[in-house]
Write a protein that binds this ligand. Structure first.
Ligand SMILES: [Zn+2]
Length: 236
């Protein structure tokens, strides 16, 4: 049998296990398309934030709050649109492949652009432990995995740990109590981030408060820098 025939069979076999519908339109994928169809890749609205990483709506969400090197979102989030469907499928329907594919796409586009070309490692915004146990994966880490792979840098999936307010309030030190903060983010002490430029990654930027809470402990370390990438963010 010709090699192409074998490849065909292997491909058909693989399609039994890998999703064969587009995560953005739920239409069939054709050979060569991965997770998101070509039409959706063209039709999902792009922000092009990466061309001005210090002054764009994603970056502006952090002005006066936390010092970032740059911020950018891949897609514009619109209610009822393809991007919302893509994110819904990523978060709730097991479409981890769509997060990875979108991460690879964007990673290839930003890897040589300032300031993203000096990033040392990716850290995804962590999920609550109980949410992670239920969902079995962190959608931000899927997107981060694709970014890290294209940018040829590591992803520290558990670089930041998310504690609930109740956990932190059982600590003995009263000064460590946090008021009006639902979640508290702390650095994983097993990973040395000193002097590194970290890319914080999330699926959607809304208020920016979660990413801000993740960036603060990183920036308290000597010589660290932070940039931010999200799969989507809303635009006015
Ligand atoms: Zn599609």
């Amino acid at each position: 049998m010709a090699l192409s025939g074998l490849k065909q069979i292997a491909g058909d076999f693989a399609s039994l296990f890998f999703p064969t519908v587009c995560a953005a339109c739920n239409g069939p994928l054709v050979r060569g398309e991965v997770a998101i169809c070509t039409l959706c890749l063209m039709e999902c609205p792009r922000t092009f934030d990466e061309h001005d990483p210090v002054d764009n709506p994603a970056a502006r969400a952090f002005w006066g709050r936390v010092q970032l090197q740059g911020a950018a979102s891949l897609f514009v989030f619109t209610k009822g649109g393809k991007v919302q469907e893509l994110i819904h499928n990523l978060k709730y329907n097991g479409r981890t492949d769509a997060g990875i594919a979108a991460g690879k796409l964007f990673g290839n586009e930003i890897k040589d652009l300032t300031p993203f070309n000096t990033i040392d490692a990716v850290i995804p915004v962590p999920l609550h432990r109980d949410k992670l146990a239920k969902r079995r994966y962190n959608q931000a880490a899927c997107f981060g995995e694709g970014l890290a792979s294209a940018m040829k840098i590591p992803q520290y999936e558990h670089g930041i740990l998310r504690l609930s307010a109740t956990e932190t309030q059982t600590k003995k030190n009263r000064n460590e109590r946090w008021e009006n903060v639902e979640d508290v983010f702390t650095l994983n002490k097993k990973i040395n981030l000193k002097g590194k430029h970290i890319l914080l990654v999330d699926d959607v930027i809304t208020t920016g408060a979660t990413i801000e809470a993740c960036a603060i402990p990183i920036l308290e370390l000597e010589g660290t820098k932070v940039s931010v990438i999200s799969l989507a963010s809303a635009r006015d």
